[in-house]
Design a protein around this ligand. Structure first.
Ligand code: F6P
Length: 347
């Protein structure tokens, strides 16, 4: 009988509980015990572990958030953090760990596997969809659906008031949520970090549209887009100067400044909506539930096979495994072809 730890790290995201349930169910069917690690890597640093039984994982498939909690704790940034992780892992009698997370959580997992031989497997989570080596992360589809619904709703109020509506979405340094929800919602301009078109370009597209007789527009901007001007000036908008334990700035606020620039330059009345954490909350879509479930079963199978240092991944329609090192080596950015699809509907 094996004892398998499960942790969820980084920003929460719809589908985490579906993965936990699938890992647990497959482990139980093999007679393995499952242990929940509280709040990501913090639980292993501070020895905060609780057994997960069939009771705890029952009824959680549609629930948002994570029943075992999450945090942005980085054991490599804590004095003796890595030693404590290894000690508590051994003391709990764990044979394997399933780490469910994005580039930060899985980056730690990749390092612990490579440098300490920790028997760990990964599951790719993030609403940002910015993890390499997998076509999609779970949680992304739900975030895109929430953003698309918001854009649909903003259309009717924009049209009634003859306004430009700026919608700021999450995504950190990639524009996946902006591009997908913008295409799905029929946005008139989409601004993302990977394609830094200028504010002047955006305004020209809006003027063009209004000259065609339209009296309202929708602009989707990704939080990581730097306000870019034809002069070459670039402005990254952040909420706080401090970096988190993984060296990230807290993004947010570009929508407000963009709306101001648009109104000043075009004279069109402009309003802004920041979707924020609403994109991460609530129940996962059916697609995310299914993807999360398949990832969870794969992770449990990798544990059973002793195939550590690997991450469950989606390639086309197949669930495969890739190395954690490969998955966390670089961010998966939006390729130009995707932006071209969006751009065909600008103006
Ligand atoms: O990585 C997911 C994400 O929601 C990003 O899109 C966003 O920049 C960040 O997390 C927000 O982090 P926090 O929840 O710590 O404010």
């Amino acid at each position: 009988m094996k004892r398998v730890g499960v942790l969820t790290g980084g920003g929460d995201c719809p589908g985490l509980n579906a993965v936990i349930r699938a890992v647990a169910r497959r482990c139980f069917s093999r007679g393995y015990a499952v242990v929940g690690v509280a709040d990501g890597w913090r639980g292993l640093v501070e020895n905060d572990l609780e057994p997960l039984t069939a009771r705890e994982v029952s009824g959680i498939l549609p629930r948002g958030g994570t029943i075992i909690g999450t945090s942005r704790t980085n054991p490599y940034k804590i004095d003796g953090g890595v030693d404590r992780v290894l000690r508590h892992f051994a003391e709990a009698g764990l044979d394997a760990l399933v780490a469910i997370g994005g580039e930060d959580t899985l980056g730690v997992a990749a390092r612990l596997f490579a440098e300490q031989e920790l028997p760990v497997v990964g599951v790719p989570k993030t609403i940002d969809n910015d993890l390499s080596a997998t076509d999609y992360t779970f949680g992304f589809d739900t975030a895109v659906s929430i953003a698309t619904e918001a854009i649909d709703r903003l259309h009717t109020t924009a049209e009634s008031h003859n306004r430009v509506m700026v919608v700021e979405v999450m995504g950190r340094h990639t524009g996946w949520i902006a591009v997908m929800s913008g295409i799905a919602g029929g946005a008139d301009v989409i601004l993302i970090p990977e394609q830094p078109v200028s504010v002047e370009f955006a305004c020209a597209e809006l003027r063009k549209r209004h000259e065609r007789g339209k009296s309202f527009s929708i602009v989707v901007v990704s939080e990581g887009y730097k306000l870019t001007f034809d002069s070459g000036e670039e402005r990254e908008i952040t909420q706080a100067p401090e970096l988190d334990e993984f060296g990230h700035v807290r993004l947010g606020g570009v929508g407000e400044q963009l709306a101001h620039e648009i109104e000043q330059r075009t004279g069109f009345e402009t309003r802004v909506t920041v979707l924020g954490h609403v994109q991460r909350g609530g129940s996962p879509t059916a697609r995310d539930r299914v993807l999360a479930t398949r990832y969870g079963l794969k992770a449990a199978d990798l544990v059973h096979e002793g195939n550590f240092g690997r991450m469950a991944a989606l390639h086309g329609d197949a669930i495969v495994d890739v190395s954690l090192a490969e998955a966390t080596a670089e961010l998966k950015t939006v390729p130009p072809e995707w932006y071209d699809v969006a751009r065909a509907f600008f103006g």
